[in-house]
Design a protein around this ligand. Structure first.
Ligand code: HEC
Ligand code: HEC
Ligand code: HEC
Length: 239
């Protein structure tokens, strides 16, 4: 039998904006069972024991100009990937120009479109611009023209940013479970984007020239390191 636990306080913490991001709707709808809560509690405890969750201070002197606030990195280090030594540096490098949600939010039966998102203002449909038109732009999912990524103005973003430390442990566990419920833990494979048959990115519409499109789709390193591959053969790089 599944036991569903609802904590009324969650209702107070999660106040939705008028038109909402698809990620946030999924987060709100997620039902968290006792088993998941337990698992999350363990992870959170482990996490706190090893590295205190980082929250940016309100004032950040010498902040680089192009630094933008992102929901996931309210807690996660910008170099979020550490476990898989073979691919972590690539994933961390990609996170500088690709939103976390692009690889970790893959809802079923949903048509997402990937475009450059610059801060919270979408620069959708900008055809034939440059690949990464601005240093702060991140390739991000859009659903029905709306960014999936939570903007810094979103009430939930603000709550996590400003209220987290004051929440009780059980509320933090609930919220951590909610935040991750719609996400894919292991991300997507390199081949989702780096393959001649990839359907994920409309490369021309994100500003890639013909040459760049080929380079992205036929990227040797990505083919070599793809997680579906069992063995890594360096000779593949020379083919
Ligand atoms: C309120 C803090 C917080 C926010 C915001 C947050 N995370 Fe996490 N995340 C955690 C903690 C704590 C863990 C558990 C410790 C760990 O596994 O590193 C975790 C774990 C993960 C994991 C590992 C899988 C797992 O279940 O252990 C992934 C993947 C992840 N987060 C992705 C994201 C993405 C993508 C976002 C933004 C949409 C995000 N997180 C936002 C705190 C947060
Ligand atoms: C290009 C796709 C991609 C992007 C962008 C991306 N991830 Fe990941 N992420 C992955 C893949 C793939 C894995 C699984 C790696 C493995 O273990 O094989 C992963 C794993 C993780 C994990 C598990 C722990 C670990 O050490 O690997 C966390 C946490 C995580 N991602 C958080 C994030 C956050 C936060 C962001 C944004 C700052 C982000 N990811 C951006 C693809 C991506
Ligand atoms: C969500 C789509 C996506 C995924 C998943 C992805 N990449 Fe990429 N990758 C890109 C795009 C787009 C570029 C082109 C960036 C540019 O040229 O500005 C790129 C560029 C690269 C480059 C060339 C970097 C350079 O500066 O020339 C390498 C190498 C690479 N990816 C390896 C990987 C590996 C390895 C993985 C899996 C661990 C992976 N990628 C997963 C989208 C992705």
């Amino acid at each position: 039998m599944k036991i569903y636990i609802t904590i009324p306080l969650l209702a107070l913490i999660i106040t939705s904006a008028n038109a909402d991001s698809l990620y946030f709707s999924k987060l709100e709808q997620a039902t968290i069972d006792a088993k998941l809560l337990e698992k999350t509690a363990e992870k959170l405890q482990e996490y706190k024991a090893t590295q205190p969750i980082k929250f940016p201070s309100f004032h950040q002197p010498n902040k680089p100009l192009i630094e933008i606030e992102r929901f996931c990195t309210l807690c996660h280090n910008k170099l979020a990937h550490q476990e898989n030594v073979a691919v972590r540096s690539f994933l961390n490098a990609h996170s500088r120009f690709i939103s976390c949600e692009t690889c970790h939010f893959i809802p079923k039966n949903t048509n997402l479109i990937y475009r450059w998102l610059q801060n919270d203002a979408s620069i959708e449909n900008e055809e034939n611009s440059h690949l990464q038109p601005h240093p702060a732009a991140h390739l991000s999912p859009f659903s029905q023209g709306m960014p999936v990524v939570l903007s810094p103005e979103h009430p939930f973003f603000q709550k996590i940013k400003t209220k987290w430390k004051d929440l009780s442990n059980s509320e933090q566990i609930q919220l951590t479970a909610k935040i991750h419920a719609p996400l894919k833990e292991k991300g997507i494979s390199c081949k989702s984007c780096h393959d001649p048959n990839q359907k994920m990115l409309e490369l021309a519409r994100i500003g890639a020239s013909k040459k760049q499109q080929q380079a992205i789709e036929q990227n040797k390193i990505a083919h070599l390191l793809d997680k579906d591959k069992k063995t890594i053969r360096l000779i593949d790089l020379l083919e």
